[in-house]
Design a protein around this ligand. Structure first.
Ligand code: NOJ
Length: 554
């Protein structure tokens, strides 16, 4: 693969609402991010992905945009954003924004005009169908029918996500052109690119036919008929050629539903995007093709297989975007480490395992502190619209209220949206007033102040790890090297990273026992470990519980 500037990035994802409140209203904001740029610089990250800050009624916390060209007042204004871009640049930190172009908010001017006048050109910017009942049985991602009735008209509009997020009609050429103009307008402002939301949803099955139901509600997941549908490539190519390509920017697409065989089209040399997120191992606790409440057990061997299958498939064609957390996922420590979530050794091994994979590492705010899921006692304590739907739908499917609450506690998107704990004071230094969403229980212990400068803390570990990839002696291998899985113990994930000249062998012990693994040569050097001292004797490496160790040939 040809070298690209963005392969060297380490990206930090900010959920603005929960990062830092600078104006005392309990909600994080852009000035709050500016205040913390030194923290981010010291951590060593090189790029920030800022979740949506555009004008929005905030029904889905900004993924429902009512004006693409304005900033949501809760977060600040356009000058604040320009200041952030500029100040970050002074520190050599690039900014990417979220691009949400599958849908808008129902409060967007285009949708309002479409509602007001059926014969206006804006009516065709969205997907409306005439009739006295829902045109088909498709279920939206957040629950209920994808169709919402237009009041006082025998007409429905389509929304693959929430009711207040009507899907745009990508079949309309003028609409597409207006989106491209908007994308270019933002790129002109000097951002480095975009994380692109739900982009595989832009093409629908135009037959609009009902499908066999997959739940007791008689509906069927809309993803089967509205995600990565034939013909989507025409739109994606057009998007790329009219926007991204002109700026050589970086794009990372949320593109669920893309089979590995199609990766070439998405991330190959002439692909639509620089990278896409692969959710296969992030969703390893969910029964395939199912909902969050249908959970399955899994073991390290399966995690290993999924991670490696993803790496090898991506390596064949392009470049990966590696993550263990984001604003839609529960905290990684709780999800992947289960009973060992609070064990720093395990948190570090999990971090190192994904961080040194081939691709750009993404770190989600709070991950670098080892934050964990919360435990809420009532569904009334949840903010996330999809968790509320999941709760009631699992009850409808026959689970008890207690089981339903357990599902959402484990999987709710609110888990990663709790306020960022800067210190152990009231509201964790995030805000001076009650935050918009409850803090995690552990914030007096798990916070930046407690971990800064503290030997062996998770935060200091992340700082070292980032330095090791970016500036250490094996930088060339960690950034550009290929990856190959290695056989090992069933509780150990092992891979090698290599260039033509050199190879680093990496083992990650995911058990609470000592494990001895065979190493490929008798003469090797131990170059790095996540804690303690691994023992290397001839061709045997003894790993301590939850320890990772890296070797090179002498
Ligand atoms: C994916 C985003 O990550 C999520 O937060 C959002 O709710 C949906 N897309 C809809 O925009």
């Amino acid at each position: 693969m040809k070298k690209q500037w963005w392969q060297e990035e380490v990206i930090y994802q900010i959920y603005p609402k929960s990062f830092n409140d600078s104006n005392g209203d309990g909600i994080g904001d852009i000035q709050g991010i500016i205040e913390k740029l030194d923290y981010l610089k010291d951590l060593g990250v090189t790029m920030l992905w800022i979740c949506p800050i555009y004008k929005s009624p905030m029904d889905d916390n900004g993924y429902d945009i009512s004006d693409y060209y304005a900033i949501e007042a809760q977060f600040g204004n356009m000058e604040d954003l320009e200041e952030l871009i500029e100040k970050a640049k002074e520190k050599n930190i690039k900014i990417i924004l979220d691009l949400v172009i599958n849908h808008t908010s129902d409060e967007h001017e285009w949708f309002q005009k479409a509602l007001a006048d059926k014969s206006s050109k804006y009516h065709d910017y969205y997907i409306f169908k005439e009739g006295v009942k829902e045109p088909n049985n498709w279920r939206s991602v957040f629950g209920g029918s994808v169709w919402e009735k237009v009041s006082e008209r025998n007409e429905y509009y389509l929304h693959c996500f929430g009711k207040k997020q009507p899907d745009l009609n990508w079949e309309n050429k003028e609409l597409r052109k207006r989106l491209y103009d908007m994308v270019n307008w933002w790129l002109e402002k000097g951002i480095a690119g975009f994380r692109i939301d739900a982009i595989t949803f832009i093409k629908k099955d135009l037959s609009w036919e009902s499908q066999a139901p997959d739940g007791v509600d008689g509906l069927v997941k809309c993803t089967k008929v509205s995600r990565n549908q034939p013909g989507i490539g025409i739109f994606l190519n057009e998007l790329k050629e009219n926007t991204f390509n002109k700026y050589q920017c970086m794009t990372v697409a949320e593109a669920p539903g893309v089979p590995y065989e199609e990766l070439d089209e998405f991330i190959g040399d002439n692909g639509y995007f620089s990278m896409i997120f692969d959710f296969r191992y992030a969703d390893l606790d969910i029964a395939s093709g199912s909902e969050w409440f249908k959970r399955i057990d899994w073991n390290i061997k399966e995690l290993n297989e999924k991670v490696m299958a993803s790496q090898l498939a991506i390596q064949k064609y392009g470049w990966g975007a590696n993550f263990i957390e984001n604003h839609d996922q529960p905290r990684a420590a709780t999800k992947y480490l289960r009973n060992h979530a609070a064990d720093d050794r395990a948190v570090k091994t999990l971090a190192a395992m994904y961080f040194f994979l081939r691709g750009v590492p993404f770190i989600y705010q709070g991950q670098e502190l080892g934050m964990m899921n919360f435990k809420r006692d009532s569904i009334d304590e949840f903010d996330d619209l999809s968790s509320i739907d999941q709760y009631y739908r699992s009850i409808q499917e026959g689970y008890s209220a207690e089981e339903a609450l357990n599902f959402v506690n484990l999987r709710s998107r609110d888990n990663s949206r709790t306020p960022f704990p800067w210190n152990g004071e009231k509201y964790g230094g995030f805000s001076e007033v009650v935050p918009w969403i409850k803090m995690t229980e552990e914030y007096p212990e798990i916070n930046v102040e407690k971990q800064t400068g503290k030997k062996n803390s998770i935060l200091e570990f992340y700082r070292d790890m980032i330095w090791f990839r970016q500036k250490g002696p094996y930088r060339e291998i960690f950034i550009y090297g290929k990856i190959e899985p290695m056989e090992s113990d069933e509780n150990v994930i092992a891979y090698k990273r290599y260039t033509e000249k050199e190879c680093v062998y990496c083992w990650f012990n995911f058990s609470d026992c000592n494990i001895e693994v065979s190493v490929p040569e008798e003469t090797m050097n131990l170059i790095w470990q996540t804690y303690g001292k691994a023992e290397l004797k001839k061709d045997k490496l003894k790993l301590l519980p939850f320890q990772s160790a890296f070797l090179v040939s002498k």
